[in-house]
Write a protein that binds this ligand. Structure first.
Ligand code: UD1
Length: 417
């Protein structure tokens, strides 16, 4: 099994160019099936989840080619409505194909999705909304059979601003007759990216980035070119890498507006951050400050996908910090591993109390999920001695060449088979 071996204690210095956002490219690739015309997507990160989405598209009959970070999808040849179970199980976000396939074919068969084990992650909001739009959904033996002869625009009040549900609704609504209004929609930048994709494809859609999104269905979408937004979580993770090593790292190709919630908390932790709109320099403190209260929230709150990385930093802070995870249950799996490295953390339900320690020490630890795994790599960069992180397939679902990038900044990290 592959693992990372990290000798901690190196100050990271240098420049990183941030790749396209995993959580933006996945819905965009799913949406290409609605276009029924060739689509070229630029700035596609080379990640396992993206490869899984590409394989799904190929299996259902699309022609897909990748050249470096450019992915070309021609969905005119699509000829299957069943999404292969083993691929869906690899990646929870394959559920966004439900909306895309309903819009394209009026029919889809898909198994319940897999993904990170960070809580029950139900899909009730997706199903309720798709039913309101006219889909009939049968659930049997772990499969969902969805059919919609007449998709009709409607008003949808989401009980929670779910990112995936908002994306699924937007996609179905592109082909629904009339106007669909989503209230309490997710406001994440990835939703704005999907809106841009759909708008350029010819759909009348507005409001992404606010809580109310309106979509007017159209008969057909056209072939387009689209460039994916930079990955705000990858950017945040390298910011913490600089912060935790007292380093000096410049991030390029970022969208600073999307990472304001992360910038604010890292400043509170004592980092110096200078930026313009697309570039940022972060200088880590000698010892981070504790953060009295960090609560994960839907955008523009602090992202749950950065919670574990911040916890790694706060485990070395001067004083005691509190983190409350409000989005997912079971998103503290990294805590046990951080404790093996000498962190002093106690959890009670959705709250973690982190008492800063003087040093972390290298240990053998195991990535239990994507972002938790990243937090172990970050801790290893700061720890005394050698850290071995295994189960790194979780980490590689979301980070492109993380070991090479950290090495280029001066970290001592090796990937061994
Ligand atoms: C997306 C991101 C993920 C991020 C999350 C929250 C992608 C591919 N993944 O996941 O990285 O951590 O947003 O920012 O974009 N919920 C329900 N019923 C539903 C749907 C969701 O109860 O039908 C709950 C979930 O269990 C969770 C919360 O709502 O507690 C947020 O989930 P959601 O916003 O849907 O996250 P994802 O789209 O799965």
């Amino acid at each position: 099994m592959s693992k990372y071996i990290i000798e901690g204690g190196k100050r990271l210095i240098g420049e990183v160019s941030v790749n396209g956002a995993k959580n933006a490219v996945l819905p965009v690739l799913a949406a290409t099936v609605i276009n029924n015309s060739p689509v070229t997507v630029f700035n596609c990160p080379k990640l396992r989840d993206v490869e899984t989405m590409i394989r799904i598209l190929q299996t259902i009959g699309c022609k897909v080619e990748r050249m470096d970070d450019v992915v070309y999808v021609d969905s005119r040849t699509l000829d299957k409505i069943k999404i292969p179970e083993e691929l869906v199980r690899e990646m929870r976000s394959s559920i966004i194909l439900m909306g895309a396939m309903l819009a394209r074919c009026g029919e889809v068969e898909i198994s319940y999705p897999g993904g990170c084990e960070i809580g029950p992650r139900p899909i009730d909001l997706h199903l309720k909304a798709l039913k309101s739009l006219g889909a009939e959904i049968e659930e049997a033996h772990g499969f969902l059979y969805c059919k919609a002869e007449n998709l009709r625009g409607c008003e949808i009040q989401l009980d929670y601003p779910s990112v995936g549900a908002t994306e699924n609704i937007m996609m179905v609504a592109t082909k629904a007759e009339g106007i669909t209004t989503i209230r309490n929609a997710a406001r994440e930048p990835e939703i704005m990216d999907l809106q841009k994709f759909l708008k350029v494809s010819g759909v009348k859609v507005c409001g992404a980035g606010t809580s109310v999104i309106r979509i007017e269905g159209v008969k057909s979408l056209k072939g387009i070119e689209h460039t994916v937004i930079p990955d705000r979580i990858v950017a945040g993770t390298y910011m913490v890498a600089s912060a935790i090593t007292g380093g000096e790292v410049v991030l390029k190709n970022i969208e600073v507006e999307h990472i304001q919630p992360i910038i604010a908390k890292l400043r509170e932790a004592g980092c110096m951050i200078y930026n313009n709109c697309t570039t940022l320099k972060i200088i880590g403190p000698r010892k981070p400050n504790a953060i009295e209260m960090l609560q994960t929230l839907p955008y523009p709150g602090f992202p749950t996908d950065m919670q574990a990385q911040l916890m790694a930093l706060l485990s070395l802070a001067n004083g005691t910090s509190i983190i409350q995870e409000t989005i997912f249950e079971n998103r503290f799996k990294h805590v046990e591993e951080l404790i093996r490295m000498g962190a002093n953390i106690k959890t009670m339900g959705k709250v973690a109390v982190i008492k800063g320690v003087k040093n972390l020490t290298g240990a053998k630890v195991s990535a239990k999920d994507l972002r938790g795994g990243a937090s172990l790599v970050l801790s290893g960069l700061a720890a005394k001695g050698t850290t071995e992180v295994d189960n790194i397939h979780h980490i590689e679902r979301g980070y492109e060449n993380i070991n090479d990038i950290l090495s280029s900044l001066g970290a001592d990290i090796k990937r061994v088979l």
